[in-house]
Design a protein. Sequence first.
Length: 636
Amino acid sequence: MPETETTSAGLPTLLLLLPLLSALVILLAHRVLKGACVAISLLSAAICFLISLMLLGTKDAAPILLPFLEVGKFKIAIDAIIDQQSRGMMFIVTSIGFFVHLFSVGYMKEDEAKERFFGSLSLFMFSMTGIVLAGNLVMMFIFWELVGLSSYLLIGHWFEKASAAEASKKAFLTNRIGDFGFMIGILMLFSANHGDVSFAGLKESFAMGPLHDAAKTHTVFFMIAALGIFMGAVGKSAQFPLHVWLPDAMEGPTPVSALIHAATMVAAGVYMLVRCAFVIEASPDAATAIAWIGGLTALMAALIATQQNDIKRVLAYSTLSQLGYMVMAVGLVAMQALGQHDAAAPGHPAMFHLYTHAFFKAMLFLGSGAVIYACHHEQDIWKMGGLSKHMPVTFVTFLIGTASLMGVPFITSGFWSKEAILGVAFEVKGASPLFWIGVATALLTSFYMTRMFVIAFLGKPRSEHAHHAVEAPIVMILPLLALAILTAISPWGWAAKMFQAMKPDHAETHPTVMIASIAALVIGTGLGFFLYKGKAQDPLASKRLFKIFANKFYFDEIYAVLVKVLQDGLAWLVSGLERVFVDGLVARLPAFAARRIGSASRLLTSGHLQAYTFLLGAGLLLVIYLVVFVLPQMGH
């Protein structure tokens, strides 16, 4: 191994293994260490954050961290990709991970199982760093599954509560469906590229190698492979129809919601799709399907968010909607793909929106956690109100996050990243419906965020808890302030270069995009203020259409019926066939026949001399008959 490669492997190896060591120490020795577990996990997160800052100034590299599997010419290693994209994503993961750790010190201080919680946080950080650093699809899939496990542990942290236990199982099982498709896609690429599933090898093969021509002749094969890869993102990034797990994940502690829903687990799907952009570009049909699924998910989730009353669920459906935006951008860029366009470039609009969204959505979730903490774990926004006077710092940071999510023009990071996606939708031929879906989603985003902000922070307190709310402790306020600063500076100057998120120029070159975007903001915000300012209850709740939104388009009920009819019906059929054929004919019938033959045979060994004499005589007569009559006939 070259010396430069060995040197470059040091920081990534430490970055990968440190949270694993932290998780192992905490989960194996938490009864002995007790309170020290929190410090170990927090220190691990802080060091990982510092390492990610150090990596921002390094050159691109592809070090091998650990040989993993070697069979003949087939070799798979735990290797890393250090490039602009992974450095930026790693900064997002470690910075928000550290802030979540710090926030959790205050939020979880009364929790009896906080040691287990921080151990699961470290395991989650290990899993996410593995996905970001992964240099091949096999390594990414291994850590992909570890993220599913660690998220299961975090969502179900309060497993004694039935709803939390059910939510963790729902998230785990739903993700397994998507992961099965992901595995099929990886295996198809494995067979097509002669066992090479490294990102560098696949990209080169699609560009000028054997897969370049094969993709043109075997279009169905590569469409299925691309959609299989996309299925992994459908599960992790909660796209339709596997979106149902994400809102239920709110049953976990609020810091978990910030960690999972901001820039880590759900963003892993988008990060993976951009890494595999060359696969999607090879199949125009797959790119179109991905763009439409993302667009429809964005619109559907925004409609549902307009009628949610749980502050965390509003933000959860907001995350669903913004992830739909990112996935739509992945499909649109692949549809747009020109010879000179590099879909995996750090300036990819999906990655740009991922970067900006990560900071303000983490801030909003942690802000909601501060509100819930101050209101004695009340999450219904209609039982809040007037919090701007009692929680001024949380109010200001929440306002900054809300403005960024709504995309207030020119001064917020969310505006530029949203414009980048709308600009691509406007440019791509045949994507006009998706452009207007994007605009409608932006309008709904302004509406439901204004609705939540007005109800929770303005007006008069609607409950005793809201009336007596006080600002959160300083250990919870500091992460909010840090994220507010990152939200404000992320699209500008040195910060834009550091995060590898370039300012797009779509807003400058397409007046239609600018006008539509600002109009959506004004209309959505205006409707939100007009309908909810000074209201004590939702004026739209009684409308039939909005009841459908409040009930999430009845997807959970539909899936419950499908499970009952298909799974339970199939289980009943299989059970019947098993009882009749397997248990009856294959197992019980031979046993019954053997038992009957044995019973009949016992009659021949009765112990009576007369019976034995009779059998001997009958046998002699049978032998004489065979010798005298049968054998001569056979001789002729």
